[in-house]
Design a binder for this molecule. Structure first.
Ligand code: MG
Length: 223
């Protein structure tokens, strides 16, 4: 059963913003251009890994050789360009209502993301005015190890000043769920994309919801 928590740690891509369709489309386009196999489903399964890692493995799988730094960066830059060409992402349906509910209950809401883009912070303020502050964010700039390593969620927990039992991770991706669980935190998967719920349960999620509205209902009932 869902209980109520004093702090929620939200992932960003695919949890706050519906950016995964653009990420997966950009990856598919660029990988195909280079004769590499990497489907949209692969993209969702691997969400959270660095672009460099993803390219390295795709080249290894296809050509059984080490990729050079140069080709990794060149492919990665193409992907970034393609991603930006596709335009900005909208908030995930229902997440704004959920955030407003939590804030109205006096709950801490944090962002824990592998992204480190400065533009991200402006977008956050436009889409979720008054919800997030820089103080309540763990980004790529705050950690040495990204997800699935526990470090990002451990940083958030250390800074929030609450016991672990009062903190809850909200994630959409298997590697993010692994990160939350490895940090010793209650971790909820919200299946906002094309994965099967089993993909999130297998990663260790304590609960999986199909959308943000269902999670919001569960939180209201638990409060
Ligand atoms: Mg995500």
């Amino acid at each position: 059963m869902m209980k109520s928590f004093q702090a929620y740690f939200f992932d960003m891509d695919g949890t706050l913003f519906d950016s995964m369709p653009h990420h997966s489309q950009a990856w598919e386009t660029v990988m195909r251009r280079h004769g590499l196999d990497f489907t949209a489903y692969d993209c969702y399964l691997n969400e959270g890994r660095t672009g460099q890692d993803v390219i390295h493995e795709a080249i290894w799988t296809k050509e059984h050789r080490e990729a050079s730094e140069e080709e990794i960066w060149s492919i990665y830059n193409e992907k970034t360009e393609e991603f930006h060409r596709l335009g900005g992402a909208k908030p995930i349906p229902g997440v704004k209502d959920l955030l407003e509910l939590l804030v109205s209950q006096g709950t801490q809401v944090w962002i824990v993301t592998g992204s480190g883009q400065q533009t991200l912070f402006d977008t956050l303020d436009e889409s979720f005015p008054g919800i997030f502050t820089r103080k309540y964010m763990i980004t790529a700039l705050d950690v040495v190890h990204g997800k699935p390593h526990p470090e990002p969620y451990l940083r958030a927990w250390e800074r929030c000043g609450l016991p672990k039992e009062e903190c809850c991770v909200i994630e959409n991706a298997p590697l993010g769920i692994q990160s939350g669980k490895a940090a010793g935190l209650f971790t909820i998967g919200v299946n906002t994309g094309i994965l099967r719920p089993e993909d999130l349960l297998r990663a260790g999620a304590d609960h999986v919801y199909n959308n943000m509205a269902a999670l919001r209902e569960a939180i209201i009932e638990a409060f």
